[in-house]
Design a protein around this ligand. Structure first.
Ligand code: BGC
Length: 755
């Protein structure tokens, strides 16, 4: 197919109204429609996000039916903890290769919604509670996938942060958190990586379905962010197809059996829908077909071994060492003695979540086998619980206690039960069976390292003080077993950092009072205070803070230098030294704040980060660039992004609560003067560069000639009392010096910007 715009115009002109309408919805569950006579191919779209789920037979969009084997990379919950865009780009490329090899034109991912509550059922499919981290990692994944000629589908656009009532619920969110928290990651990925498709979500945003919201799909996505790709519906997200098409939803998936195509044709015929709107959507489908054509034609293959090795590398990098008292870890393979491996997850890994992202792995390796291979002493295993059974099994626990007692070292695998798309979690406690096992094992042998397997955070407070070491293993994909063993025995140095806060209690979490809402509305009452922004502002001690993660080596920070750069952002350099005796990765994190800001602002916000690998004794100067747009806030009155000028504090360190170096950078900001009108207050008028002097002159003249109200308004004490009155109200007071005439002149002078 020729890619020129003219050829699209020619092609569109050659298609009938019915053919054009048919192009804008699926042929079946996973394919778009072909129009062979006109040379339009069908395209195969499949899940996503952390592996290719191509169903050979038996279609469904919730992971019920089997799919062709593919590499199961670590899900996003793990990848988020790597904080490493370079690694994620390679994973994206591997996903692209596998998609291409399977004839897949669009891979349905990545998912980049913000983890608003730890209860969110799909948190395991999302990267972080922070939009900058999410945006950078999402960009890398999209760039990687698309480097192989396969389209990514950035999802779920937007504000889809819960599963409860997910197809109807309205996320009721104010403009600033909407822009600064929930849309910022999408904006970053769209502007930096240009995903060929964006998938609109099921839910409503402030009362309007994402699938038929012209503000979201056209004003923001296309006019503001210059999205050039296509918008596809989440599977079954269409509410009113004609309305959706007009709003900017180009492609409906899956097939509607022709029903909605007929509605479109009818709407064009009766004048309810401009045919040009349909042409635009159909043209975007043709463009997507062009973009994906080369890969579709060339096909390809991939090395399953190489991809398994990449999945292993990613899993190693994803593991977060939460706690390591007295260097309990790493275990010495020669000196660990008799090792008891306890917990069914060591033998039967929990390595991904349920629902549409479920991958049929090319192979699956468990931790037990890998530990047995690495440790030179005897390794005994006791399951301790049955996977997917919540109630404690006393016989299994007794067997585990015996094993623990007889061992020098215990490695205990526990975590959460199946998390899945479709429903949220009801709590963050460990399953009762795991908690009972933990208590019994610790009683029998306190020399126990805990390995957690979980897609959403689990509560550690209440038991973590009793264990010397904890590895947060998330869901690590098909090679998570050996990765875990390598970290436990020091063959790999842990470098994962928390991309989400682990709270001490569910009650401490930001959205606790509002989640998941009622009667199809969920109020985002915590506003900007999502994740660490909330814990920091309220001074609540989390169990483990955002950005936290230990290492077997140590890093020191020195000589932070932060300067304003030409683009209006900040460039910082800091020297990082590996002061320990092992090579390892450090994740350097940069947070900013603006003391005295005129805006409601979190205490600090992540604005940049870098992964650096250092040998023992090695020092590297790490450079981090914080672009101006990441420092901008959404002005709720001016309704645009603005940079507030002032002295920005830059804090750099190893976590949001382990900040090692501070610098201050002065930045020139935008003009934030609000337009004046009769409804502006006296103080706003007086603060205005032209309105202020004009009003002062009138008031001072009137005060000099004995006007009492004017005297009061020029006196600081009087102004403190009624300075927040709008000018027109002051004008209405008896004897006011602000006559209609004076008011008129003032408004004229204030350049006619009447509110
Ligand atoms: C999910 C999407 C997925 C689609 C196709 C939907 O239920 O929300 O993430 O891509 O199904 O399986």
């Amino acid at each position: 197919m020729n890619a020129s715009p003219d050829s699209h115009a020619d092609k569109l002109a050659s298609l009938s109204l019915e053919e054009k309408a048919s192009l804008t919805s699926g042929a079946d569950f996973w394919n778009t429609k072909a129009v062979p006579g006109a040379g339009v191919p069908g395209m195969l779209l499949t899940d996503g996000p952390h592996g290719v789920r191509r169903q050979a037979e038996g279609d469904d969009h919730v992971g019920l039916n089997a799919s062709v084997p593919a590499t199961c990379f670590p899900p996003a919950v793990a990848l988020g903890s790597t904080w490493d865009p370079e690694l994620l780009q390679r994973i994206g490329a591997a996903l692209g290769e596998e998609a291409r090899a399977g004839g897949v034109s669009v891979l349905l991912g990545p998912g980049i919604n913000i983890k608003r509550s730890p209860l969110g059922g799909r948190n395991f499919e999302y990267l972080s509670e922070d939009p900058v981290l999410t945006g950078e990692l999402g960009t890398a994944l999209v760039a990687g996938i698309q480097s192989k000629g396969v389209g990514a589908s950035l999802k779920h656009f937007a504000v889809n942060n819960q599963e409860a009532d997910r197809v109807r619920v309205s996320a009721d969110v104010d403009p600033r958190p909407l822009r600064e928290i929930y849309l910022r990651g999408f904006q970053k990925v769209v502007t930096k990586a240009q995903p060929w498709t964006v998938m609109c979500s099921y839910n409503r945003i402030n009362g309007v379905y994402a699938s038929e919201d012209p503000w979201l799909l056209t004003d923001v996505l296309r006019a503001e962010w210059s999205h050039t790709g296509l918008v596809v519906s989440d599977w079954g997200a269409v509410n009113d197809r004609v309305k959706g098409l007009a709003a900017g939803l180009d492609l409906e998936m899956p097939s509607s059996g022709g029903a909605t195509d007929a509605q479109i044709v009818e709407a064009v015929k009766n004048g309810a829908l401009d045919e040009a709107v349909l042409d635009t959507a159909a043209r975007r489908v043709l463009e997507l077909a062009d973009r994906t054509e080369a890969a579709r034609r060339a096909g390809g293959s991939y090395g399953a071994d190489a991809h398994h090795a990449l999945a292993l590398e990613a899993a190693r990098r994803s593991i977060v060492l939460l706690k390591n008292e007295n260097s309990f870890l790493p275990l010495d393979p020669q000196a660990a003695g008799r090792v008891a491996v306890i917990g069914e997850y060591a033998r039967t890994p929990r390595y991904q979540g349920g629902g549409s992202s479920l991958v049929n792995p090319t192979r699956l390796e468990n931790a037990l086998d890998a530990i047995t291979e690495i440790a030179s002493g005897e390794v005994v295993f006791a399951p301790g619980y049955t996977a997917a059974q919540d109630a404690p099994d006393n016989a299994l626990i007794a067997e585990a206690v015996d094993a623990a007692r007889a061992a020098d070292t215990v490695i205990l695998f526990i975590g959460s039960e199946l998390e899945s798309e479709g429903y949220d979690r009801t709590g963050i406690d460990l399953p009762a069976a795991h908690r009972a096992l933990l208590d019994a094992v610790l009683e029998a042998n306190p020399s126990t390292a805990v390995v957690l397997s979980n897609g959403g955070v689990v509560q550690t407070a209440g038991w973590d003080h009793r264990v010397p070491a904890i590895l947060e293993g998330w869901l690590l994909g098909q090679a998570g077993g050996p990765a875990t063993a390598e970290v436990l025995f020091g063959l790999a140095n842990p470098s994962g950092r928390l991309a989400e806060t682990i709270p001490a209690r569910l009650q401490d979490t930001p959205s606790y009072l509002d989640f998941p809402g009622e009667f199809s509305h969920v109020r985002y009452g915590e506003g900007l205070y999502v994740g660490y922004r909330h814990y920091d502002a309220r001074d609540i001690e989390p169990a483990y803070p955002f950005g936290h993660g230990l290492s077997y080596t140590a890093f020191s920070y020195a000589n932070l230098l932060a300067t304003a750069d030409d683009g209006g952002g900040i460039t910082l350099r800091v020297e990082v030294t590996n002061t320990g005796d092992r090579a390892g990765h450090e994740i350097v994190q940069a947070y900013t704040s603006l003391p005295g800001s005129a805006f409601v602002r979190p205490l600090r916000e992540l604005k940049g980060f870098a992964a650096v690998h250092l040998d023992p004794g090695e020092t590297e100067t790490v450079e981090i660039r914080i672009p101006r747009e990441d420092l901008a806030v959404w002005h709720p009155v001016l309704e645009k992004w603005v940079l507030e000028g002032g002295e920005y504090t830059v804090e750099v360190g190893a976590s949001s609560r382990d900040l090692r170096q501070t610098a201050v950078v002065g930045l020139d900001g935008d003009d934030l003067t609000l337009p004046l009108g009769p409804g502006s207050t006296l103080e706003e008028w007086l603060a205005h560069p032209t309105g202020g002097p004009a009003l002062s002159a009138i008031l001072e003249d009137a005060a000099a000639s004995g006007n009492q109200l004017a005297a009061m308004l020029t006196d600081p004490e009087g102004r403190a009392l009624i300075g927040n009155f709008p000018l027109k109200r002051l004008a209405a007071f008896p004897g006011s010096p602000l006559t209609q005439d004076a008011l008129g002149r003032l408004l004229n002078d204030a350049s006619g910007d009447v509110q």
